[in-house]
Design a protein around this ligand. Structure first.
Ligand code: NCD
Length: 330
């Protein structure tokens, strides 16, 4: 008895994810992504039952190490670990020795000495989580590194879309707003293009990364043009904490040209779904009415999918270590 949800009891679905860590979506294959999404799908049903707790990760330790603020991601990793029966410890930077000057690597080595099975790490610098993963023995999950990648966000977005539309391939997805600073956008572009969706990015020139077309997307600076005929409209927060200097004239002006309201949304397909990773700045990148539209907005559903996706990731990575698989270093 594996205590893992299955379609046919006694036969856990094989997981095709064959890496020690989850550092990014870039480089993952269609079967790997599909397998994580299928596993997450089974956890959605489990999370809707009264008894949500399983013992799959009993005896395992998960440490959440967050060097940046987080509500959704940290809480959902905590819940995910607990629902699978693991011991979960949250380390926040404000209470740790990092404040006293300890380096990232010293912290990693200190935690490593306590034998955690999984370290879930968020850090403001791109590449910091990758560096840390090379120094520890357990599995590392990137919970967002600078403006680089946020793989579990892209997986939960994909699960939300797939459950609503039945597929990812062939859909036209617009990712709009602060592309320049967004790890969510980067991970989503990798995932959606790998899975056969068509991706458009829409941003003012100041927030559009140079040569983004090389990632296999079409770039637009006009919202109505970019949203034309889209199935999915994914909005991004203005990441002011990563901006040095002024990237937009004013919030009012930004909303006028790039904020999602019903007028601009009219260019997308009539049943286009509205998404946002949160936290939302209402009145900056999205109008409140649109964000709360129960027929179109799936923002709450994204949060629900977040727990299931993180359970699937913890499950997949700990299976790797149980079997002592030599596969995949990344
Ligand atoms: C995102 C993040 O932290 O990158 N949020 C999240 O994980 N839910 C996006 C953001 O902060 O805007």
């Amino acid at each position: 008895m594996t205590d893992r949800p299955t379609d046919s009891p006694g036969a856990p679905a094989p997981i095709l994810y064959a890496h020690r860590h989850l550092l990014g979506i870039e480089g993952l294959s269609v079967p790997e992504i599909t397998s994580l999404l299928d596993l997450a799908d089974s956890y959605v049903e489990q999370n809707r039952q009264a008894d949500k707790k399983r013992s799959l990760l009993r005896g395992r330790t998960v440490i959440n190490l967050f060097f940046e603020n987080s509500t959704r991601t940290r809480t959902s990793f905590e819940l995910a670990g607990k629902r699978l029966g693991a011991d979960v410890i949250n380390m926040s930077v404000t209470t740790s020795s990092i404040k006293k000057g300890e380096t990232l690597i010293d912290t990693a080595m200190t935690l490593n000495a306590m034998h955690p099975d999984v370290l879930v790490v968020r850090h403001p610098d791109s590449g910091a989580v990758n560096l840390l993963s090379q120094k520890v023995d357990g599995a590392v999950i990137n919970a967002g590194d600078g403006s680089h990648e946020h793989p579990t966000q892209a997986l939960l977005d994909a699960l939300t879309i797939r459950r609503r539309r039945g597929r990812l391939a062939g859909l036209l997805v617009a990712i709009c707003g602060d592309l320049l600073h967004s790890r969510v956008a980067r991970s989503n572009i990798h995932l959606l293009t790998t899975m056969g969706a068509r991706v458009r990015v829409i941003a003012p020139p100041t927030l559009m990364p140079g040569a983004i077309e090389r990632m296999g997307v079409e770039a637009f600076t006009d919202m109505r043009q970019g949203l034309q005929g889209c199935d999915i409209v994914m909005m991004l927060r203005l990441q002011t904490e990563r901006m040095q200097g002024s990237f937009v004239p004013s919030i009012r002006e930004y909303f006028r040209f790039y904020g999602l309201d019903y007028d601009k949304l009219g260019a997308a397909k009539p049943d286009a779904l509205i998404m946002h990773p949160g936290p939302m700045n209402r009145g900056a990148e999205i109008d409140s009415e649109v964000a709360d539209d129960i027929d179109r907005s799936v923002i709450r559903e994204q949060v629900e999918m977040g727990v299931a996706v993180r359970m699937a990731c913890l499950d997949a990575l700990t299976r790797q270590s149980t079997s002592n698989s030599p596969l995949g270093a990344s």
